[in-house]
Design a protein around this ligand. Structure first.
Ligand SMILES: *Cc1c(COP(=O)(O)O)cnc(C)c1O
Length: 415
């Protein structure tokens, strides 16, 4: 059987093997342990497991072998090649949740209390923004939003209010694909003793490893690129303070009840195996699509981190291995043109979400941001003609053909 201490020199090997435990029945793939509870040989053993004296499962809201494998694999990837302050390999604890939002809830509730404030950027995942604006204030937790791409503004905001306890970063972020500087912001945050947390969903650990800059927490919606196949909702919270993670954070996770389940964990573990090759192909295809769109006469603007024209191109090049799979673009003729284009697509899929093998496109103004007043939307760069695209791993010529036959053909003067 393979040696679990094998020093994988490649990220892709770790994505396939890390965290795997030999199965007592010699199954090659870790089975789906569909069991809510676990047996004690005798009362004494139950006591030892509860006290932590003996390792072992007790109840599946607390832990499950199929879930453990997914957690250990993601921890191995997020810490891949990184060291701690003493030069030892960085140790991380990962806790799998039922969704990205559940992982985020555990993060916030285990680290903040009434009176605390969060500092963040204005471009955030919609659910995160709503949680911060509509749920946290009732718990006495306030959010301060500024433009964190401006480091002077970030420092000013941190200095202006000593109630700020957490710096919350999401990079790249929806839907204009903005980036914030992980190195500089973490440095500023740590000068003020802030907890620094990063939503790394869009990048994945293959493209970006925030722990390298000294952040405290990373979280993912595993629903997206980590699963990669659109088969399960999930989220993971990772932390480097192992005692705190095993103590208070685990307690909060168990009591809030946002646990994952063995079937979703199994799907996730299988999906992660191909993360490296998928991300390489995603990024390659996205670059081709962005270059194609940039020269198309029906398109006024392309937001892609691999294009020098993106305002955050330098930040992205500094902290990401490649520019990612996410892009957005604006149709010159606004709402109707955007709808017409999206309705014509034949292979690419009209859907929200991202990170699946197939290409997904959505129209934020009529879908994800339908309820946001037009003026507010436009402040965030969500114009009527904006289309967001999660570029898939189909053969690039098919993606381009589908796009080309769905966009207006202006060169023939028929527009
Ligand atoms: C999807 C997503 C979330 C929320 O995750 P769920 O799995 O849907 O709960 C959070 N952040 C980002 C960037 C996302 O894309």
């Amino acid at each position: 059987m393979p040696d679990k201490k094998f020093p994988y020199s490649g990220f892709g090997s770790a994505a396939i093997h890390a965290g795997h435990q030999d199965d007592p029945n010699y199954a090659h793939i870790t089975p789906i342990y569909a069991s809510s509870t676990y047996v004690f040989d005798e009362a004494e053993q139950g006591m030892r497991r509860f006290s932590g004296e003996e390792k072992g499962y007790i109840y599946s809201r607390w832990g499950n072998p199929t879930i453990t494998e997914a957690e250990e694999r993601i921890a191995a990837l997020e810490s891949f090649g990184l060291g701690d302050e003493r030069g030892n390999p960085l140790a991380l604890k990962a806790i799998l949740h039922s969704s990205g939002m559940a992982a985020l809830s555990t993060l916030l509730i285990s680290n903040l209390k009434a009176g605390d404030k969060i500092l963040s950027h204005y471009s955030l995942y919609g659910g995160t923004q709503e949680l911060m604006e509509k749920i946290l204030p009732a718990l006495g937790i306030e959010v301060i939003i500024t433009d964190l791409r401006d480091l002077n503004k970030a420092a000013e905001a941190m200095n202006a209010d000593n109630k700020i306890k957490m710096l919350y970063l999401e990079t790249p972020a929806n839907p204009t694909i903005q980036c914030v500087d992980l190195l500089e912001l973490t440095r500023l945050g740590k000068q003020k003793n802030l907890i620094v947390a990063v939503d790394n969903t869009f990048a994945t650990p293959y493209l970006q490893q925030p722990f390298q800059y000294g952040v405290d927490y990373v979280f993912h919606s595993t629903t997206k690129f980590l699963n990669g196949h659109g088969t399960a909702i999930g989220g993971v919270l990772l932390g480097k303070d192992i005692d705190h993670m095993n103590g208070h954070v685990t307690k909060v996770h168990r009591l809030l009840g946002g646990n994952s389940n063995p079937f979703d964990a199994y799907l996730l573990t299988q999906g992660i195996k191909t993360l490296e090759v998928r991300m390489q192909r995603h990024c390659h295809n996205a670059m081709e699509v962005a270059a194609y769109l940039e020269t198309h006469p029906a398109i006024s603007k392309v937001n892609y981190l691999g294009l020098v024209s993106h305002p955050d191109y330098d930040t992205a090049s500094k902290q990401m291995r490649h520019a990612g799979a996410m892009l957005s673009f604006e149709m010159k003729d606004g709402l109707d043109a955007a709808k017409r284009f999206i309705d014509k697509l034949q292979m690419c899929i009209r859907a929200v979400s991202l990170g699946t093998c197939d290409t997904l496109l959505c129209h934020p103004a009529s879908m994800t941001h339908h309820g946001v007043p037009k003026e507010k939307r436009e402040q965030y760069g969500i114009t009527d003609g904006l289309i967001r695209m999660s570029v898939g791993i189909e053969n690039i010529q098919d993606i381009l053909m589908d796009m080309n036959s769905s966009l207006p053909n202006l060169s023939e003067g028929g527009a």
